[in-house]
Design a binder for this molecule. Structure first.
Ligand code: RB5
Length: 146
């Protein structure tokens, strides 16, 4: 299983820690950077993560900026992407089970590394339930076509 990862300058350290963490869980990481602390634009990296997931190059995406919001908005602009931006594990878990999210974003200036790992665990270790959620997720994707 492959995870596309992207981040801006605010999240290089957290990206590296989470990258090592998911690799230890057995995932292969496609790292779209940035790997520099020089100021950069989060939409560039959010889009790369979103496109990799939408194209099937990666199974999931993890995008990190200062808040997780900007890079999450960017990834979610790509057709086929459903983003969960969250700061706690419960929402991450339910976003997989009910919303079938395929990109997770969070903020390096909002949460610490241990909370980020708990969020990642809940997000990666749970699966989409389908069933009554199918209709609603289909409705979400229809919005993209309208
Ligand atoms: C960068 O300063 C900051 O705006 C960015 O990391 C992110 O928080 C945007 O949503």
């Amino acid at each position: 299983m492959k995870i596309a990862m992207g981040n801006d300058h605010s999240a290089v350290d957290l990206k590296n820690e989470i990258k090592a963490y998911v690799e230890a869980k057995g995932y292969e990481v496609i790292d779209f950077g940035t790997n520099s602390s020089e100021s950069c634009d989060y939409p560039v990296f959010g889009e790369k993560v979103g496109r990799a997931v939408a194209a099937g190059e990666a199974d999931y995406g993890i995008a990190i900026c200062g808040t997780g919001i900007g890079i999450g908005i960017a990834a979610g602009k790509v057709k086929g992407v459903r983003v969960c931006t969250c700061s706690e594990p419960y929402s991450a878990r339910l976003s997989r089970m009910h919303n079938n999210t395929n990109v997770l974003s969070f903020g390096a200036r909002v949460i610490g590394a241990e909370m980020a790992k708990m969020i990642v665990d809940e997000w990666l270790d749970n699966t989409y339930e389908g069933g009554r959620h199918e209709r609603r997720v289909a409705q979400l994707m229809e919005i993209e076509n309208s």
